[in-house]
Design a binder for this molecule. Sequence first.
Ligand SMILES: N[C@@H](CCC(=O)N[C@@H](CS)C(=O)NCC(=O)O)C(=O)O
Length: 325
Amino acid sequence: MGLLIDGQWADKWYDTDSTGGKFVRSESAFRNWIVSSTDYDNTNSNHFPAEPDRYHLYVSLACPWAHRTLIFRQLKDLEELISVSCVHPDMLANGWEFKEDPSFQDPYIDMGDPLYHSDFAYQLYTRAKADYSGRVTVPILWDKQTQTIVSNESADIIRMFNSAFNDLTGNTLDFYPSELSSDIDAINQRIYDTVNNGVYKCGFATTQQAYQEALEPLFSTLDHIETILKNSAFLVGDVQTEADWRLFTTLIRFDAVYFGHFKCNLKRIIDYPNLNRYLQKLFNTKKISNTVNLQHIKRHYYYSHDMINPTRIVPDGPTTLFRHS
Ligand SMILES: N[C@@H](CCC(=O)N[C@@H](CS)C(=O)NCC(=O)O)C(=O)O
């Protein structure tokens, strides 16, 4: 685990001393947009045109943020247009690595860097910007033509995937319809702060108080969602939106990792009947279960964070992800 400082790799854990034990997530640095050929403006330096076989998506199958982008690639039928590969689940002194390892081969996604055969993800960041300073995170949406990072922000990438390639795929499913955008934004904000990032705030807290301050809002949001799902199929009424998929990637990791490793242990997701049913329904959506690799998920967290789990033992359970009704 580390970061780049003026293009040089430094092996450092998150600094929580300056924030009273709290984990504070950094802003993503690359925020360009892929837009449809109709919206493309070649005078706008943030614009990249939607074209087949031009972009590559680097993910970690363990990472909930990268997982969102993989899900949108499937939901929006982008598999033929955007190539993908994944890092090894262990994130150690050199950060994310591309090393080959048959014991972690995923049945659907190749491990490695097919474009440059890099050893480490940080080499992609320095290829894009030689003097880059900051964290080296996944997902990374890469432009093969200009050899740079389009975006390393999953929230932006799923919005691009939602609409930019529609003319090429003919898939017009809309997970961010304009009439629901303010409701989606509002629930996203709460879920991001207290659940998606909330589990990390609990897990990476280095004081009791910082942990406590993250734990309570996490479970009050889960309780609130349990109530929403009593009368509604999805978070924003009966329409499936990006808000559901943004929540899904945290829920699917919750009982296996966040409950134990991150100490988010007031309740499991299977203890919430509505959330459990909702999670199972999303998991069973066509082409989604293939994006969930629990071996990578468990191995990454339990093995990489040795300050939380010094023995690096990866627990066997849980034996089921859902309570089947
Ligand atoms: N805001 C980013 C966050 C991505 C992120 O933090 N990814 C984690 C993996 S789960 C990562 O790569 N962490 C490496 C680090 O912080 O050094 C996004 O949503 O894309």
